[in-house]
Design a protein around this ligand. Structure first.
Ligand code: GRF
Length: 193
């Protein structure tokens, strides 16, 4: 059994798509959803999906190793960031080498790094008059958006596109590809028979 912990700070549409996609995969368990935001929409989604939620504050996340210890105790195999806004603490990254993945709503290394999240990304893409955008799924290290890239998908950006238009196209790519890529990562992690 491979166990996943989902981290989300916001609406949680990706978290829900992942949980739904993997629901009938007998070898994967979405063990819990963690969030730093007590008002996050992901909490209601988790309730509907019957997935336990763990909320934590900055002090717990950065000044203790309680989250790391809990994830180790729960034998979590993969940490999946799905709209999680905080930088992962170095101690947590070290405890889970190549076991933390993230999705970024642009084609890294462009339009990444601190402050490049949500609508800001799509505004920057439109302002730069890019002809394409997309998603990047990558391993997480101790720096924002800098880990090894696992997968990218592209969408066109038309001259008439607004940041909202780009956001819709990018979100469609997220929902299509993130669940599948996670399943593939877990399958690869399973030793071949
Ligand atoms: C997505 O755009 C994702 O690429 C980024 O944060 C957003 C999360 O959206 N990391 P949601 O909360 O999953 O709807």
């Amino acid at each position: 059994m491979k166990r996943i912990a989902l981290f989300a700070s916001g609406s949680g549409s990706n978290a829900e798509k992942i949980a739904t996609y993997l629901a009938d995969n007998a070898s994967v368990d979405i063990s819990l959803i963690l969030s730093n935001n007590p008002k996050a929409g992901v909490i209601e989604r988790a309730r509907r999906l019957h997935i336990p939620v763990l909320l934590f504050d900055r002090a717990t996340f950065y000044d203790t190793n309680r989250i790391t210890q809990l994830l180790i105790n729960q034998k979590i195999d993969l940490l999946v960031l799905a709209g999680f806004m905080w930088l992962m603490p170095a101690e947590l990254v070290r405890a889970f080498p190549n076991q933390i993945v993230n999705i970024h709503p642009a084609l890294l290394p462009k339009f990444g790094g601190k402050g490049m999240y949500g609508h800001f990304v799509h505004e920057a893409v439109v302002a730069a008059q890019e002809t394409e955008s997309g998603i990047t799924i990558h391993y997480v290290n101790e720096h924002y958006d800098e880990g090894l890239i696992i997968f990218q998908a592209h969408c066109p950006v038309l001259p008439t596109d607004t940041p909202d238009d780009v956001a819709l196209k990018v979100q469609a790519l997220e929902h299509t590809h993130y669940p599948r890529v996670i399943a593939e990562i877990l399958a690869e992690a399973t030793p071949k028979p």
